[in-house]
Design a protein around this ligand. Structure first.
Ligand code: ZN
Length: 423
């Protein structure tokens, strides 16, 4: 007994030693990604000297806060040979270049073949410039595919070419402050610049807090995050304050390899959509959809059980007060009327028989919501339509069977049937 205790104690101490040794540095890991490099807006910034000033400004802040960033290049943002020099500054500062395509196309509006050709051209250029393998990819507008087939096409190409999509978790609208900032700066209007700066920080704080909460709620722990920023003059001027705020919030700037190794980034998703919401919203939508389908499936089971014990009251309880019931004999409207109809047609257990209701397919209905500042977020599933086959079997006669289409609507505490077309 004592021997065992001693051995366990030694083991525990060894484990402690190892744990202490492998302890990661304190703070929540945060990956900073910067899109549309070398400079986000070609229209606002044409002067090579200004482009270099902005680049050096961004790099200074990253150095000050020891941020290992992924620098996503949009190849057509390169306006002159001098811009290649700007990208070399990023490499020399220790940042890794990523692929943000050649022409910043929207995958929602571009066929996979054309989109992949554009992205591949950029990958080759970036690899030639950096002399390194391009490991990371970022979808313009975060649009990853609006059909299942498009999703598969791009994912196959990413896997083949050895690139990994870096999703965004802390989505925000930092780029929208560039024009007001530059306008105020060029006028020398310091009051306006200060106002834009305040709005920039307020807006980013709100978005960061919101997405942080969404991710932490999904995983039940503080998950690492990926912040999206753009190559802007307002960024060069405001990142110092932003990064200080993030550090005070408990963040620690981390590499892509560290952040992506967290299991939260391995949860597969097949989010199909027109717009590009944050990764947490994609995962939340997927989990929410699965939960909604499960709840509706359970409700169908409960109904079937009620039928089979002759309980028509419970069977029709899930019909909405104004439900429409369609059958070959006509339209019945309202829960009470549906119940009365069933009572008339199935006066006892013998007439009711044994019901089997097997879903053939279930389709969730949801939409995409927009925030006031333009961010896209999926809405939760608000309806589910179920195509099913029903069968009534009897001990003494032939079974009856047919098809039905049942439409469920979400209520504050569950689901109700709004339409039922049984044939
Ligand atoms: Zn972009």
């Amino acid at each position: 007994m004592r021997k065992t205790t001693t051995a366990l104690l030694i083991l525990a101490l060894l484990a402690l030693g190892t744990a202490a040794h492998a302890q990661p540095p304190a703070g929540r890991p945060l990956l900073v990604t910067i899109d549309d490099l070398p400079i986000s807006s070609s229209r606002l910034h044409t002067d090579p000297a200004e482009r270099e000033r902005i680049t050096r400004g961004m790099l200074d802040v990253l150095r000050k806060h020891k941020v290992p960033a992924i620098a996503f290049v949009t190849w057509d943002r390169i306006l002159s040979p001098a811009d290649r020099g700007l990208l070399r500054l990023w490499i020399d500062a220790g940042h890794e270049l990523g692929n943000h395509t050649f022409h910043h196309l929207s995958y929602t509006r571009t066929a996979p073949k054309e989109y992949i050709a554009d992205a591949e051209k950029a990958r080759e250029e970036i690899a030639a410039l950096s002399g390194q393998k391009v490991r990371f990819f970022r979808f313009p507008f975060l649009r990853e595919g609006n059909t299942e087939a498009n999703l598969d096409a791009i994912r196959a190409w990413l896997a083949e070419s050895g690139q990994r999509n870096i999703p965004v978790t802390l989505d925000n609208q930092d780029w929208s402050f560039e024009e007001p900032w530059v306008t105020a700066r060029r006028k020398g209007d310091e009051a306006a610049m200060a106002r834009v700066a305040e709005e920039y920080h307020e807006s980013l704080h709100l978005d960061i807090r919101h997405h942080e909460e969404t991710g932490d709620e999904l995983f039940g722990r503080p998950v690492p995050q990926v912040l999206l920023l753009h190559g802007t003059d307002v960024g060069a001027a405001q990142w110092d304050r932003l990064f200080t705020w993030l550090e005070q919030r408990g963040y620690r700037f981390a590499t892509a390899d560290e952040v992506l190794a967290d299991p939260a980034f391995s949860e597969p998703h097949r989010y199909v959509g027109t717009h590009g919401p944050s990764l947490w919203d994609r995962l939340g939508e997927q989990r929410g959809t699965a939960k909604a389908l499960e709840e509706v499936r359970k409700l169908i089971e409960t109904q079937t059980e009620a039928w089979n014990r002759g309980d028509l009251e419970t069977f029709t309880a899930s019909y909405a007060e104004d439900a429409a019931f369609l059958s070959p004999t006509g339209l019945t409207r309202g829960r009470n009327e549906v119940l009365a109809r069933y009572r008339k047609r199935y006066p006892d257990g013998k007439a009711m028989g044994k019901l089997r209701l097997e879903p053939i397919e279930m389709r969730p209905a949801s939409g995409t919501e927009f925030t006031l500042v333009g961010g896209a977020r999926p809405s939760r599933v608000h309806g589910v339509s179920v195509a099913a086959r029903w069968e009534l079997s009897y001990p003494d006669k032939e079974p009856a069977s047919g098809l039905t289409l049942i439409v469920f609507r979400r209520t504050p505490d569950g689901w109700e049937i709004v339409q039922d077309a049984s044939m």
